[in-house]
Design a binder for this molecule. Structure first.
Ligand code: ADP
Length: 547
């Protein structure tokens, strides 16, 4: 920078010419002793000591520390104007102050950036003093002591950044002195905790918290941090306009050098989180209510569908009894015992079905218990037998292993298997030559086949269709298969069958498989469908084995 362009700063009556006069040999001799002592000290000092002409601040002397601080040799810097080495941003600042340096107080400290030999700027803190002729009072030169201020400035800048972060933090930050007086509130804390007319002096910790929370902070919090622990707690702060739920963290700090403890409280406003949690809870309650309503709707449809089976079975058994009565004048109880027991059992089961479905709508939890699969399937086969007979379908039960114990809700497990078996029977009946219109069962006392006697004598017509229940266990999972010899799946993508209301039946509801899959998942299982390689469909239902 050309010093000529800074007339105000250097409107020193001592021009460079005057300066030369000023440094006459006479004057130098007068000050020789003083300079000699000064020079000795300067040579040793790690601070840079320099002397400058008053007008343009040219170096007329620099101590050896100049090399360490700025990278110049002493000889190199002599004659250079300090103005040419100031950081451009600091020149104006320096210009504004320099009159006071030279002509008013005569001594001041200044922090600024100065260009090193390598072109980089370093922060210097300089104390300048003007030296005047003791007789005339005329300004002779400026004596400057400079030291590296980079580390201090960097620390200050880092502190300022931290202070800005603290001030702008969305958390409420409160500083408290050793006597627990509030000494600082950041912007968020001021906005939330102080009313317009309050000042910091009006604020006390006790008024920022409820009586209970304040007591906890005093008794537990300050004691804990005093022992070097962090203390945090969910509390409620008393804001200027509302109560604020916060997660409050208390920290203790030690001031230097007195080693006095002071404290910071950082409070995270939980209002939004709490509001979101409340919203989520409301939402979950709505979802749960909605899903109960859907389930109720599904169950109502399913109920109609499934009740049809026991009612048909009861009608069939009664038809059988009627036929027996019509042929014989006298019948003993023994003759009626079996169909009557069947009617009784079937009616009970229908009642149980209704009860369990009502339970399901009331209470959504799955009531799992250890179930011996063989027993569940055996009961089910009996239940389905009448329908199988009606459609001339053979039911084969290959599930015999008494060790297969599953954890499941019995009613739901029966519901799933019932759906699959009934669908299998219906699928087979499509291919069966026997008329589907025949409402008379082949025989009300037809026993359940165990697979070893498919051509059982009680099955009047040769079955052209079969539904087979089998299972296999592997890796803690039991896979139950219900396969049939029907026409196979009506779609390429088996998942379509599990969509609500998908049906290919004239009077179908299209709900059975959808409900079965959701029930299977509620048991921790899976339900899938596929075509068998030879003919027909296979539904696989996997369940965790009970350990
Ligand atoms: P619905 O029996 O009322 O139609 P489901 O959900 O039980 O309702 O079955 C949906 C559809 O899946 C049936 O209409 C049928 O097309 C098909 N389906 C189910 N089981 C079988 C099966 N064993 N073989 C072939 N198709 C089947």
């Amino acid at each position: 920078m050309n010093h000529q362009s800074q007339p105000d700063a250097r409107s020193d009556p001592l021009s460079s010419e005057a300066s030369e006069q000023q440094y006459s040999p006479v004057l130098q001799a007068q000050d020789a002793e003083r300079y000699r002592l000064l020079a000795e000290m300067a040579e040793q000092s790690t601070d840079m000591i320099s002397r400058h002409t008053p007008g343009d601040w040219r170096f007329i002397y620099a101590s050896p520390a100049v090399t360490h601080l700025l990278g110049y040799d002493v000889e190199e810097i002599i004659g250079l104007s300090a103005y040419d080495l100031y950081h451009p941003d600091d020149v104006a600042d320096f210009d504004n102050r320099s009159p006071s340096v030279s002509y008013e107080r005569g001594l001041y400290t200044h922090t600024y950036r100065f260009r090193c030999k390598n072109g980089h700027y370093t922060w210097l803190e300089s104390t300048s003093r003007s030296l005047r002729d003791p007789d005339t009072g005329e300004l002779q030169e400026i004596l400057v002591v400079s030291r590296d201020a980079s580390r201090r400035i960097e620390t200050e800048q880092a502190n300022q950044r931290l202070a800005r972060v603290l001030e702008r933090s969305s958390d409420l930050v409160i500083f408290v002195d050793p006597e627990k007086n509030v000494t600082y509130l950041n912007e968020a804390a001021r906005n939330n905790l102080m009313s317009d007319h309050q000042t910091l002096a009006d604020i006390s910790l006790s008024q920022l918290l409820s009586a209970n929370d304040y007591q906890r902070l005093m008794d537990e919090g300050f004691t804990a941090v005093h022992d070097g622990l962090r203390w945090h707690q969910e509390l409620e702060m008393q804001g200027a306009e509302r109560k604020i739920p916060v997660l409050l963290e208390l920290l203790a700090h030690q001031s230097l050098p007195e080693k006095q403890e002071y404290y910071s409280l950082v409070a995270r406003d939980l209002s939004e989180i709490r509001a979101a949690q409340a919203e989520l809870k409301r939402y979950q309650a709505e979802i749960s209510h909605a899903s109960r309503l859907i389930a109720m709707g599904e169950l109502a449809s399913s109920l109609a569908h499934e009740l049809n089976q026991p009612l048909t079975a009861i009608v069939n058994y009664i038809g059988g009894i009627r036929r027996r009565f019509s042929g014989q004048a006298q019948l003993s109880w023994k003759d009626l015992q079996f169909p009557m027991e069947k009617i009784d059992g079937t009616a009970m089961r229908a009642g149980q079905l209704i009860r369990s479905m009502m339970d399901f709508t009331r209470k959504q939890e799955v009531r799992k218990q250890s179930l011996i699969l063989k027993d569940v399937v055996q009961d089910l086969m009996e239940f389905c037998q009448a329908s199988a007979d009606k459609h001339h379908v053979t039911l084969l039960n290959e599930i015999k292993d008494p060790d297969w114990v599953v954890m499941a809700d019995r009613i739901q497990l029966e519901q799933i298997l019932l759906n699959l078996v009934m669908n299998g029977i219906e699928a087979c009946s499509q291919l069966n030559n026997t008329s589907a219109q025949d409402s008379v069962p082949a025989s009300y006392d037809a026993p359940v086949s165990d697979g070893s006697d498919i051509d059982h004598q009680c099955i009047k017509s040769e079955p052209k269709a079969q539904v087979v229940l089998s299972a296999q266990a592997a890796g803690g999972v039991l896979e139950i298969s219900v396969s049939d010899l029907g026409p196979g799946l009506p779609v390429d993508n088996p998942d379509q069958l599990f969509e609500h209301f998908f049906t290919t039946k004239e009077k179908g509801l299209g709900m059975g498989l959808a409900i079965s899959r959701s029930l299977a998942e509620a048991q921790g299982g899976q339900l899938t469908a596929e075509n068998r390689a030879e003919r027909g469909a296979c539904f696989r239902f996997s369940l965790p084995l009970s350990s």
